[in-house]
Design a binder for this molecule. Structure first.
Ligand code: NAD
Length: 481
């Protein structure tokens, strides 16, 4: 086992940590080196049935637990995550590839969410309606029931934290399937909750063949809600399965973040923010800034400075101090990005920097150089499909209306960014962009107290903030004469 990969790869079902014991396994690989980190057991249908049974019992226990006790578990888990930061961040870097400082930052996301939901669990209010005397009409919020949650590999700590925190804060039980490619981080997040006193029936963690697991859990009458983060096609597929039983869904899907930079923007300040934000986690972030529309007066200067800054980024194993960008998370990603870049160049894009694999410290790693493509034609595939990689796409624009038209051109609507020093224009931009989140002169578009989610093909429902808890609740009106 690689040094620092200090976790046991097991399923957790109904209080039992379960190893392979004859089950199929999945090889977990370090994307910086290609070395095997461990073998992960994959759940069988019988395992999933056991998890469903536990979730049914766990829901009864947890919905009857006081808000104070729920809060105590979440606060306790947040404290344990703080104490275990070095260990868990290292596991995340080893299995996902992001740099150690990024992994530490991601852990803060889970800590902040647990603390936010701990407090929010005490604020699940209903209301009393005005009725003739003798009648009591109450509008109540109740936990929706057992949740099935599916997480992707790009935020292996924060995403399970987000889904566990909301369900547990709301009083639901949960069966969570973190990514098979980066399982150890999620296992450690769950351990923090269990060590803080979460009853064993309330949360089970399974790994498996994703399609088999999601079909099995969604087909069960025990499951009352699906929460998925991942690609648009898989989200649509799961939403159709969930529709069979009118199951509640939260779908946090892909994006294709437009960035509108106007002539009057503070260019250096914009670049200080947006370049690191672009290459965070090697661009494998659903809210990554991707399509840069830059007003024609500053276009050449912007592309040049962006490129110069990109060329200064250091690449390598995320465990090494001073590295700005690690490898991509799995071998599929460099393959996909290479194909996107080749297609863009074929239709007329100019490679300002990067555009090829490599740049890492090890031959076995899945590295792709940070890339800037300029003058990218709209028909290039990468201008239309989510690239999910370290590529910034640049195009000039002339007018405000043209910029808005371009920003809203695609079926995605997750995150958008605008840079301008004109206050009135900033207000108009905020209203005109079809996106779940808009950053104006900032890349800070999240936070434990702020809703996170998209519109259009990017999904529906919000995570985080009071909205994230609300998404795990149902409303009931009780009229009593
Ligand atoms: P993918 O679509 O096969 O998988 C994306 C995620 O969904 C993975 O974690 C996978 O385990 C899970 N998944 C796939 N099929 C599933 C199913 N039937 N039931 C339940 N879960 C299922 O693609 P990939 O190669 O892993 O990632 C590539 C694409 O996924 C990216 O291009 C990006 O668009 C998208 N993605 C989005 C996010 C996000 O944060 N929104 C995160 C990771 C990946």
């Amino acid at each position: 086992m690689a040094e620092g990969y200090d976790t046991e790869l097991k399923l957790f079902i109904d209080g039992e940590w379960i190893g392979a014991e004859g089950r199929d396994t999945h090889k977990v690989v370090n994307p910086a080196t290609g070395e095997t980190l461990g073998e992960l057991p994959l759940a069988t249908p019988a395992d999933l049935d056991r998890a469903l049974d536990a979730a049914q019992r766990g829901f009864k226990i947890w919905r009857a637990t006081s808000a104070d006790q729920k809060a105590a578990v979440l606060y306790g888990a947040a404290q344990l995550l703080r104490e275990r930061t070095d260990k868990i961040a290292r596991i995340a870097t080893l299995e996902e590839g992001k740099t150690l400082p990024e992994a530490r930052g991601e852990l803060m996301m889970a800590i902040n969410l647990f603390e936010f939901y701990a407090a929010e669990a005490k604020r699940i209010y209903g209301r009393v309606l005005v009725r003739p005397s003798g009648t009591l009409s109450r509008v109540m919020k109740e936990p929706v029931g057992p949740v099935a949650a599916f997480c992707p590999w790009n935020f292996p700590i924060g995403n399970p934290g987000r889904k566990l925190g909301a369900a547990i804060g709301a009083g639901c039980s949960i069966i969570i399937k973190p990514p098979e490619e980066a399982p150890g981080s999620a296992i450690e997040v769950l351990k923090s909750l269990l060590d803080a006193g979460l009853p064993k029936e309330v949360a089970s963690m399974v790994f498996g063949v994703p399609d088999m697991v999601s079909r099995h859990l969604i087909a069960s009458p025990v499951t009352r809600k699906v929460s998925f983060t991942g690609s648009v096609p898989v989200g649509k597929h799961l939403a159709k399965l969930a529709a069979e039983s009118m199951m509640r869904t939260t779908m946090e899907l892909g994006g294709h973040g437009p960035v509108l930079v106007f002539d009057d923007a503070d260019v250096e300040r914009t670049l200080d923010m947006i370049v690191p934000h672009k290459f965070r986690n090697a661009g494998q972030v659903c809210v990554s800034p991707t399509r840069f529309y830059v007003q024609e007066g500053i276009y050449d200067r912007f592309v040049k400075s962006f490129t110069e800054r990109t060329e200064k980024l250091t690449m390598g194993d995320g465990l090494v101090a001073g590295i700005n960008m690690g490898p991509m998370a799995n071998p599929r990603r460099p393959d996909a990005i290479e194909a996107f870049v080749q297609d863009a160049v074929k239709v007329g894009a100019r490679v300002a920097t990067g555009g090829e694999r490599g740049g890492g410290s090890s031959d076995g790693g899945f590295f792709f150089r940070p890339t800037v493509l300029a003058d990218v034609p709209l028909e290039a595939r990468i201008m239309n499909e989510e690239p999910f990689g370290p590529v910034a796409l640049m195009r000039p624009f002339k007018t405000f209306d043209e910029a808005i038209e371009q920003a809203n051109r695609l079926p995605y609507g997750l995150a958008a960014y605008c840079f301008t020093e004109n206050g009135r224009r900033a207000l108009l931009l905020g209203d005109a962009i079809e996106s779940g989140m808009v950053g104006i002169n900032t890349v800070g578009i999240g936070g434990a107290d702020s809703p996170f989610g998209g519109v259009k093909d990017s999904g529906h429902g919000s995570e985080d903030g009071p909205e994230g808890l609300e998404a795990c609740l149902v409303t009931k009106a009780i009229h009593q004469a």
